[in-house]
Ligand binder design. Structure first.
Ligand code: SF4
Length: 325
């Protein structure tokens, strides 16, 4: 008998990734979601619906929710969602550009069950960061947020998205993360998704340059005194195949309440406007085992252009959405 757990062993997910909105202030060149100031979806969950989902997550006993972008901290009722989860014993992770994290916001986060806050900083200088992340939080705002979080003992993680235009600053960025008191420096291969895919030829580092950067970061991190170095090992095509082979006990909730398999895949078998979290979890389990999803993943290996559909929400016809609230 295998001792490796599969998703069918769980009555609910262990982890929820939740995109509250697709709107944000930026037009970042490497954004995998193609988010932006005018990119809110027309049918995003409203306050009542979103707080209802948060309540269900807590009641279902899901231990961890990670909020990603668009920009969660610009949602006016985000604090009510955080409070609902925190009061229900759910740990929170936040991915943000850092622009909303002034002293008062950091103080509020320190009083909640926040596991960590990730702030995107795509360079070691204002010039590089702001060229790659136009409209998003400035370099001073993003690094100031990391400094404030660390000072208040909220674990602060620097997220560095590599591209041809910033690889030369990766080690300097790590050094600065150390100075700011960050707990982790997070990076990994550029994902061929969203806006990054649209300008792939100009943005993607060459494989040898990426390998050299990883080696330089590892050498620096081996010296005492820096944050933990977390380098994601897979490119997006490998990630999709691995997730198909061994789906994780996590769901992705997108802004309109649909439940997706993965941000890189367009399949959205669940719908929290019509289903409970537990019902959507069953749809998610069935979808990962469906022929439609297996066929699509197999095609992605030779046709990376299929990933242009990543931010869409397709039904999975073979998954019967018989469960409704
Ligand atoms: S990376 Fe973040 S701030 Fe930049 S466009 Fe995407 S969601 Fe917006």
């Amino acid at each position: 008998m295998s001792s490796i757990a599969s998703i069918e062993d769980f009555s609910a997910p262990l982890f929820v990734a939740w995109q509250l909105t697709n709107r944000c202030g930026g037009r970042c060149l490497a954004c995998c979601e193609e988010s932006g100031p005018d990119k809110a979806w027309p049918d995003e969950l409203d306050r009542e619906e979103a707080i209802g989902v948060a309540r269900q997550i807590a009641e279902t006993g899901i231990p961890y929710v990670a909020f990603g972008g668009g920009e969660p901290m610009r949602i006016p009722y985000v604090w009510e969602i955080f409070q609902t989860l925190s009061d229900g014993g759910v740990a929170i992770k936040i991915e943000t550009d850092g622009g909303e994290l002034d002293d008062a916001a950091v103080e509020r986060l320190a009083g909640l069950r926040v596991d960590n806050v990730q702030v995107s900083v795509d360079g070691a200088t204002a010039e590089t960061h702001e060229a790659l992340r136009p409209g998003a939080a400035s370099f001073a705002e993003a690094t100031g947020a990391l400094r404030r979080l660390s000072a208040r003992n909220v674990p602060a993680e620097w997220v560095f998205v590599p591209s041809r235009r910033n690889l030369h600053e990766a080690v300097a960025a790590y050094e600065l993360a150390a100075e700011l008191g960050c707990s982790v420096f997070v990076t990994g291969p550029l994902m061929r998704l969203g806006r990054a895919a649209l300008d792939w030829q100009n943005l993607a580092p060459s494989p040898p340059d990426w390998v050299a950067t990883v080696e330089a970061l590892e050498a620096r991190a081996a010296a005492a005194g820096g944050p933990r170095l977390a380098i994601y090992p897979w490119d997006i095509e490998t990630e999709i195949q691995r997730r198909l082979d061994s789906p994780q006990a996590m769901i992705l909730i997108v802004p309109n309440g649909r439940v997706k398999l993965l941000n890189a895949l367009p399949f959205a078998p669940g719908d929290l406007r019509r289903q409970t979290v537990e019902q959507a979890w069953r749809s998610y389990q069935q979808a990962w085992r469906s022929q439609e999803v297996a066929d699509f993943v197999a095609r992605c290996r030779n046709e990376p252009g299929l990933l242009r559909h990543a931010n869409e929400t397709w039904p999975v016809p073979s998954v019967e959405a018989v469960d409704t609230v």
